[in-house]
Structures are given as structure tokens and as C-alpha cells.
Design a protein around this ligand. Structure first.
Ligand code: AQP
Length: 326
């Protein structure tokens, strides 16, 4: 079974990216052939500073490693190192309809956020994402809840292609863990935590300093009332409790029991402690990783990914009727 997932180097990685994606990758890498990419083609669908984009791409690779992704077991690579992603996206784009793409929630949200730059890349983003996944004959795509619609679109596109041209692609499925699949913004618990959020108070960055973490948690929005319980009608405290629960490896019941006599301030102190206990060793490992080591891992990853991508593209080109070159 093959697993594929990716993260965009479009900002600071946050605890939502870790809980919703990377944490699940850590388990999967021991069971399946995993491919984890850094999706820089996707990142440029919104304006990026070229130098920062380069830095963030390297930073994300280091975060993968510091979080425990093992390059001996998995393929880690930069999306733009493999030309087949855009090549396949072009072909798949001829099967994707405008009405399907217009329905994509992420497109609607991003178009709102970037009103002056609603570009073709942003619109066809799900097609490129489908190419990323299908190129590697992926069976499982571990993602946060926000990506569910895109993975369903990918599966539909694969089915459409197979029906028209013969069995070519494996039909992928999203793997979305129930707990923590949608960590919400600290400043607005009704919207997901997002690395391109306007205010840094929205997210707990994986590379934030302890001072920043303390400040962000102390400023995090809370609900009316005082109870520390997983209650759906208290979205702010529900979200903070979820982060606590996942990072402390406890059940919901245990967490509620622990805080049954506490107030919000006490709970926030404990949450800060648990977040820092998680982040400090990760950051220590992060700062020890040398650029050279990462470049080598990415080169090796690209070589391996290239082999799989070429094989799929060869099949795809034959199926759609392209003359093969000599
Ligand atoms: N809040 C979240 N809770 C749980 N999982 C999440 N993911 C993202 N946000 C949450 C999962 O992390 C992986 C990488 O997602 P991404 O690169 O699209 O990051 P993002 O934080 O979703 O970025 P933005 O800011 O919303 O948009 P961009 O970076 O596109 O400008 C995915 O598996 C995602 O589900």
C-alpha cells in the first residue's frame, strides 16, 4: 500500500499541521511505503516571496525530520523537482470540469482571502493535487478534514480517467483521524488554524519560542461559562482541550476529570506546559539538522520519486494516445 501526503511551504507550520497530518504520518511510515512532499508548486498559487519560499521549503523538510519522519523508510522530496506533477496535471485538467472546480470550498475561501489574485493556478489547484496523488499510485492520503473534498475529487478524476482510457490509476482514499482532524484558530475557534492566517495569534507555530507560545495561549479566545469540558457548544475550550488531550496522550474523560475543578487560567497554564514539552525537543532536533544533510535527503527522495512518476506517466501517455518519442 502506498501513502502520499504533502504540506505547502506557504508559512509557519503549526500544531494543526502536526496533529492533522504529520503525527499520523509517523505511524504510517512503519506500515506502508510513504511519500511525503513539500508542495511548492501549490504554494505559489498565492503570492510568495521567492527567498522566503526557498527558506520555508528547507524548513519544512527539517520539521519532517525533527518530528521523526525517517528518510530511510520514506521518500521526502520537493514537488518542483519532479516535472511529471505538472505534466500529469495538464492531462487531468482536460477531464476536470469548471463546474466541479467552482464548487471547491478551498477555492472559494482562498478567492475571498486573495481577491486581487484569483489566478488560474488557484482555480486548478485540486487538479495538481490529484496529479500529485495519482502519479504515485497512492492508496491512502492522510490529511486533515479540510482536504476531504479534494481527495474525493481526486478519486472521481481517477475513476473518470480509468473509465475512458482503461485501468491506469489506483483510486485513493483520504485517511482522516477523527480526533484533531480540524484544529481551530486560537483567535477564532470557528475557523481552522491556518498558516496563512493574518494574525500570528491564530496558530501555535512549531518553531515558536516559549514566550510566543505562552502569549498565544494566554490570549486564546475562550467561551462564556467556566467549565472545562468537551462540549460542542463551547468551541474554543473544545479546541484547546483537543490539543491538550492529543499532546498528553490521554482520553477525553481523563482530561475532563483532571480539570474538573480548574478555571480557564489554570487550564491554560497546563496547556502551555504540555505544548512546550512537546515543542522543545522537536525544536532542539530541528536546530541541529544541517542544510547539507537535508539537500542530500531531498536529492535521494527526488531520485526515488522520479522512478515511480516516470512509470505512471509512460502509461498515461500511451493510454491517451500520445506518440512515444524515439
Ligand atoms: N487546522 C488544521 N487542523 C488539522 N489539520 C490541518 N491541516 C492544515 N490545517 C489543519 C492539514 O495539514 C496538512 C498541510 O496543510 P496545508 O499545507 O494546506 O496547510 P494549512 O495550514 O491548511 O495552510 P493554509 O494557511 O490554510 O493555506 P495555505 O498554506 O494553502 O496558504 C494537510 O493535510 C491539512 O489537511
Amino acid at each position: 500500500m502506498r501513502v502520499f501526503s504533502a504540506i505547502l511551504p506557504s508559512g509557519n507550520l503549526h500544531i494543526g499541521n502536526y496533529i492533522g497530518a504529520i503525527k499520523n504520518w509517523l505511524e504510517l511510515q512503519n506500515q506502508y511505503q510513504c511519500i511525503f512532499s513539500i508542495a511548492n508548486y501549490h504554494a505559489i498559487t498565492v503570492k510568495q516571496d521567492p527567498e522566503i519560499l526557498r527558506q520555508k521549503s528547507l524548513e519544512i523538510a527539517k520539521i519532517y525530520l525533527a518530528a521523526g519522519i525517517d528518510p530511510k523508510k520514506v521518500i521526502i522530496f520537493i514537488q518542483s523537482h519532479i516535472n511529471e506533477h505538472t505534466e500529469l496535471a495538464w492531462i487531468l485538467g482536460t477531464l476536470a470540469t469548471i463546474s466541479e472546480l467552482k464548487r471547491m470550498t478551498q477555492f472559494k475561501e482562498k478567492s475571498e482571502q486573495h481577491k486581487k489574485n484569483v489566478n488560474l493556478g488557484l482555480f486548478s489547484y485540486p487538479v495538481l493535487q490529484a496529479a500529485d496523488i495519482l502519479l504515485y499510485q497512492t492508496e491512502i492520503v492522510p490529511v486533515g478534514e479540510d482536504q476531504k473534498q479534494h481527495i474525493e475529487f481526486t478519486a472521481d478524476l481517477a475513476k473518470k480517467f480509468n473509465k475512458l482510457f482503461g485501468e491506469t490509476f489506483i483510486i485513493p482514499k483520504a485517511l482522516i483521524k477523527e480526533e484533531g482532524c480540524r484544529i481551530m484558530g486560537l483567535d477564532n475557534p470557528l475557523k481552522k488554524m491556518s498558516k496563512s492566517a493574518k494574525s500570528p495569534l491564530n496558530y501555535l507555530g512549531l518553531l515558536d519560542t516559549s514566550e510566543e507560545i505562552r502569549k498565544k495561549i494566554s490570549k486564546a479566545v475562550t467561551d462564556s461559562g467556566a467549565e472545562i469540558k468537551f462540549s460542542k457548544d463551547k468551541p474554543a475550550i473544545f479546541n484547546l482541550l483537543t490539543i491538550y488531550q492529543i499532546l498528553s496522550f490521554q482520553s477525553k474523560k481523563e482530561v475532563e476529570e483532571k480539570f474538573k475543578n480548574s478555571n480557564y487560567a489554570d487550564f491554560k497554564k497546563e496547556l502551555t506546559k504540555i505544548v512546550l514539552e512537546f515543542l522543545e525537543p522537536l525544536q532542539e532536533r530541528f536546530y541541529k539538522i544541517k542544510d547539507k544533510e537535508v539537500y542530500e535527503i531531498l536529492q535521494d527522495g527526488a531520485n526515488k520519486a522520479q522512478g515511480i512518476a516516470r512509470e505512471t506517466m509512460k502509461k498515461v501517455k500511451e493510454r491517451v494516445g500520445f506518440l512515444t518519442s524515439l
